[in-house]
Design a protein around this ligand. Structure first.
Ligand code: SF4
Length: 252
């Protein structure tokens, strides 16, 4: 059942939520037809330079998340952009800063499918690479979404795993443990449709035990993923510290 209040920062006594329902609920707040809300567009040095649209809204509540607090309170943040308008901003900044990569950050890019797919199609007509960073929830839930990416050649997908078992997933993302395997299913769907991707994981030893990390590796091996595994470390961003403290973690 949908909680009565939109889930914000998770605390020690949070009620786990249904991530697909939260995705739909969030879309109803941050999207309008094919428009999605962004707060700003900028270039940054990661990936050797990338033009970034900073958007609003996610279907998880990771305790280590660095993005702004509009992830948790997205109601009035940003302005609506059509796919054409977002594309124009991304390209303009990329040209100005002479970078070759594009992305959406600040929230989960796969929310608002009617926005993302046209935007990707526009970028596929350029020489830029679109790095699609995702938590894999929606790509695991709906294979048809992944299938629609098939003809968009310049996309590289980075699936970021948050946990190695259901308990860790629920504790650190706030989502019900039953949905823990969705990101692994996303990897299988990407493989099946021959897309370009790699896997990342938040395996920082201060958050994930060695046993849980082993479970994560076992799941990857069961789905025969043998590509590059990018292991992430939790950095002390202000928002990360707020989230960790609220959820009862002391890392820094
Ligand atoms: S880390 Fe990524 S998936 Fe997790 S809450 Fe933040 S934006 Fe969402």
């Amino acid at each position: 059942m949908k909680p009565l209040q939109y889930p914000g920062l998770i605390n020690k006594n949070f009620t786990p939520f249904h991530p697909i329902e939260l995705a739909q609920w969030t879309e109803s707040i941050v999207a309008d037809g094919n428009k999605r809300r962004y707060t700003h567009f900028y270039c940054t040095g990661v990936y050797g330079g990338i033009s970034t649209g900073y958007t609003v809204g996610c279907c998880l509540r990771c305790v280590f998340c660095w993005v702004g607090l509009d992830r948790d309170f997205p109601f009035d943040s940003g302005n609506y952009y059509t796919p054409d308008e977002a594309f124009e901003r991304l390209i303009r900044n990329a040209q100005k800063s002479r970078v070759r990569n594009l992305r959406i950050s600040g929230g989960e890019p796969t929310l608002c499918r009617e926005h993302l797919l046209p935007l990707l199609r526009l970028t596929s007509e350029t020489g830029y690479t679109f790095i699609l960073e995702t938590n894999g929830i929606l790509f695991g839930h709906d294979e048809t979404y992944v299938k629609e990416l098939k003809n968009i050649k310049n996309v590289h997908i980075r699936v970021s795993l948050k946990a190695g078992n259901g308990k860790g997933f629920e504790q650190r993302t706030g989502a019900q443990k039953e949905f823990f395997m969705l990101p692994f299913q996303a990897i299988e769907n990407l493989k099946k449709h021959n897309l370009r991707y790699h896997v990342a994981c938040m395996s920082d030893a201060r958050l994930m035990s060695q046993d849980e990390r082993k479970e994560l590796l076992k799941h990857l091996s069961e789905i025969t993923y043998d590509g590059y595994l990018e292991e992430e470390r939790c950095d002390p961003y202000d928002t990360t510290i707020i989230r960790l403290e609220k959820a009862g973690y002391k890392l820094f």
